[in-house]
Design a binder for this molecule. Structure first.
Ligand SMILES: [Zn+2]
Length: 796
């Protein structure tokens, strides 16, 4: 218990959350002499004093004087304790790969690495204590996985690039353990099949960042990716689809008669066993996700009899869901449960994880409502509605999985109709599902779309690869706290941790996968590992630099979107200005407004820039005299007479789509394809706005611009009415513009509702955009409330 006491004392002394660095001066001087002597004898690579860049940041790190030289004479002490083998093997393997040095396994070395499992010295689960002195390295841990985390810390002290020379490690004392027991990364391999080598690299990264769970999303409508011996058609048929890679995801029509399904792939059971072993060797548990009862078009295509409608269907090729396709299992048919139990038996034989993820999300229950078998089931079981039928389905599967000694996790929809008794909830539609589960005494894992969907944009969107919406920057991920402040302490302890999700729709290649998770995964690692009180974004940013070098050393693609300048308009009191920011502390921002490319010599941004006419703003981040962006951030300002005007809405815009503030309709900035930037969204209500113009003027043109985005339930208003006033009390109607874009237009479309009028004096304008009364026929949300999205209101 001694170490704990010391740790607490150290924490108390260091409330500011900085690393504790103790250097004894005499010792340091001796070390300098020693190192200098070594330099004369051997070239030694590694480490300079400043760049201990461990991510996630350890709970306690003390820099000591001196270094340990890792070279061909370094060995590890043999131990009879088999619990250390994984860690020893990992260190030997990675050391050889990263430095070319083969560690000796049977020596009487003066320089040694010693491993031990010592729960008395390190009581925290997965915790470790690492001591590096000039004589040796001692690693103690609470358990096997703790040793692996300790090894990853040692590996993070190695140079980023392979040197084939002796390596210098700093002398340190580290005491470290995780904040949360669940630290996960998810990968969707259904939308695109990724080869086993990619999966192994992904697991490497999970382990490198001391996360402990890989959530493997193996099944969805566009592909079944796991071999099941008893049902070979699941992969013979379900793993393949017609190749429509040349079309946007949302325009990929279903397979036509005569077309061959050639695009896809799956993991054989042997490959899966090898991957599970690979993960275990790195302290990572794999949780397989076997989706049910929905998102299983790939299974229905193979075995149509598992659906309610029992007619032939094909594996989906992309984001188009034909209305007559049922992408879910029948809940009334006993064969479905027998099938799922067989599948789960094979799955549980492959994956030793305590948890099995059973999906449970986004079920279209309309087929169940119509199905005689499902209705009979509801009657026989005394179920009142299809929500309770979904709950019945999940409970029954839970019972089966529990009978094999395992537990279930499901997406937050499994709360609907009553939660299964022992289920853990993964909260993805915001945090409310996780909060509800925790308050009911169930465990929950936080993975809200904002900010933990790593398939969303991390910068731009200009200059970034096409993403399915969202905007989750590196800093947003870093600032996330998995424990909502609303939660009482007794409920808060049910939050097991958090997870980053990577949905694959738009992510077809290895380098794109890497780009989306790096470096946001590093930020998330610190969220779930390091104590909340010690989080420090500026410090993280500094440490990240050496991780960029590591990615380069491994040949990984990564995103430097944190260097992208964010352009934020401020429309206030009749004036427009722009604020420029970057997420990398200590850089300068330089800009131009004349259309030329900015460089270090361009004006430096110091305060919001006033905008008084149409212009193109370009801005770059400069660090150490170098421009850090491949392309500058760019914004076109279309000047018009309403710019700087104040906007009052009759019904407020949604909190989820509040853009840069209240006056984005009059900021001169046009929205882009990314619905999270520069757009106000209104759900189920007309957009009614009164705009106070900066000054009275003769009005000739009025124009509101709106978006249609069929897949996201955003529709153009049916009609826009305009009224003007001189006093803000008496308004006169000046005309209307009717929508001429079809409601079933699926391509994202922006329309200007422009009205030319006879010149008329006005100080106030009232705009009324009439919302479509409900999602149109054939839309997945038919009859439900839809959105209006607007980005700018122009007056000329
Ligand atoms: Zn049915």
């Amino acid at each position: 218990m001694k170490i704990i006491k010391n740790k607490l004392e150290r924490n108390r002394e260091n409330k500011n959350g900085k690393f504790v660095i103790n250097i004894d001066v005499q010792g340091a001087w001796n070390a300098v002499l020693l190192v200098f002597a070594f330099w004369l004898l051997f070239p030694v690579f590694g480490f300079s004093q400043e760049n201990i860049s461990i991510i996630p940041r350890p709970v306690n790190l003390e820099r000591k004087a001196g270094t340990f030289i890792l070279d061909e004479s370094t060995g590890y002490r043999n131990s009879t304790d088999s619990g250390i083998n994984l860690a020893v093997n990992l260190l030997s393997l990675e050391c050889a790969r990263r430095s070319g040095i083969e560690l000796l396994n049977s020596v009487k070395p003066s320089k040694f690495i010693s491993f031990s499992i010592a729960p008395n010295a390190v009581p925290e689960r997965e915790g470790y204590a690492l001591s590096i002195t000039s004589a040796g390295i001692t690693l103690k841990a609470a358990d096997e996985v703790g040793l692996i985390h300790g090894v990853q810390t040692i590996l993070q002290l190695l140079p980023a690039f392979r040197t084939n020379e002796a390596v210098q490690l700093p002398c340190v004392e580290i005491y470290d353990f995780p904040r949360f027991p669940y630290r996960g990364m998810h990968l969707d391999v259904s939308r695109h099949f990724y080869p086993p080598e990619l999966i192994k690299d992904y697991i490497d990264l999970i382990s490198y960042y001391k996360m402990n769970t890989f959530h493997w999303h193996l099944i969805d409508d566009q592909g079944w990716r796991i071999e099941i011996k008893k049902y070979p058609k699941l992969t013979d048929v379900g793993a393949w689809r017609v190749d429509r890679s040349n079309l946007p995801w949302d325009s990929r029509q279903p397979q036509q008669p005569g077309e061959k399904a050639t695009y896809g792939g799956y993991y054989t059971q042997n490959q899966i066993r090898e991957i599970v072993e690979y993960a275990t060797a790195r302290g990572v548990t794999i949780i397989p996700e076997i989706e049910m009862p929905a998102h299983v078009e790939s299974a229905i295509a193979a075995y149509p009899e598992l659906s309610c409608i029992k007619k032939p269907q094909t594996v989906l090729t992309g984001g188009i869901y034909p209305p007559d396709f049922q992408t879910s299992y029948c809940a009334g048919d006993e064969h479905v449960f027998a099938f799922l139990q067989d599948v789960l038996m094979e799955v549980m034989q492959l994956f030793p994880s305590n948890y099995i993820h059973i999906g449970g999300d986004e079920l279209d229950k309309s087929f169940w409502k119509e199905c005689p078998a499902c209705n009979k089931r509801m009657k026989d079981e005394g179920l009142h509605n299809v929500d309770e039928l979904q709950s019945y389905f999940i409970r029954r599967i839970e019972q089966f999985i529990q009978s094999k000694g395992r537990r279930i996790i499901g997406w937050d929809e499994i709360l609907e109709g009553g939660l299964a008794p022992d289920a853990t909830v993964m909260s993805w539609r915001g945090e409310s599902g996780g909060i509800a589960a925790a308050e009911m005494g169930h465990d929950a894992i936080m993975t809200p779309g904002t900010p933990l969907y790593l398939n969303h944009y991390q910068a731009g969107p200009a200059g970034e690869p096409l993403a399915n919406g969202g905007f989750n920057t590196l800093k947003m991920v870093y600032d996330y706290n998995p424990v909502p402040s609303a939660l009482k302490p007794e409920a808060a302890r049910h939050i097991l941790g958090a997870q980053g999700n990577l949905w694959g729709e738009f992510i077809q290649t290895r380098s794109h996968v890497e780009y989306m998770v790096l470096p946001r995964m590093a930020a998330l690692a610190e969220v779930v590992w390091s104590p909340a009180t010690q989080k420090d974004y500026a410090d993280f940013s500094k440490r990240l630099d050496s991780h960029f070098r590591y990615y380069e050393g491994r040949g990984f693609n990564y995103c430097k979107g944190n260097y992208t300048v964010d352009i934020r308009p401020i429309s206030d009191k009749g004036r427009l200005s722009v604020e420029l920011t970057t997420e990398v502390p200590g850089c300068s921002i330089h800009y131009t407004t004349d259309g030329t490319m900015p460089g270090p010599e361009s004006p430096e941004y110091t305060m919001p820039i006033p905008v008084s006419g149409s212009c193109i703003l370009h801005a770059v981040t400069v660090q150490g005299g170098k421009v850090m962006n491949l392309i500058p951030a760019t914004q076109t300002f279309e000047f018009h007479s309403a710019i700087g005007g104040s906007v009052k809405y009759e019904f407020p815009y949604s909190n989820s789509y509040k853009a840069e503030g209240p006056n984005i309709l009059t900021d001169g900035i046009r929205g882009t394809g990314n619905i999270h930037k520069y757009w106000h969204g209104f759900l189920g209500k007309d957009l009614i706005a009164t705009i106070t113009l900066p000054k009275p003027l003769e009005v000739r043109n009025l124009s509101l611009s709106c978006m249609q985005h069929y897949r996201d339930w955003i529709f153009l208003p049916t009609k826009v009415d305009y009224e003007v006033s001189q006093d803000g009390i008496h308004f006169v109607g000046v005309g209307s513009v009717t929508n001429n874009i079809p409601v079933n237009e699926t391509q994202q479309t922006i329309k200007e509702f422009s009205l030319k009028l006879k010149p008329i004096m006005a100080r106030y304008v009232r705009v009324k955009a009439h919302i479509l009364p409900g999602a149109p026929k054939g839309h997945p949300g038919e009859g439900n409330p839809v959105w209006i999205f607007a980005d700018e209101f122009k007056v000329n």
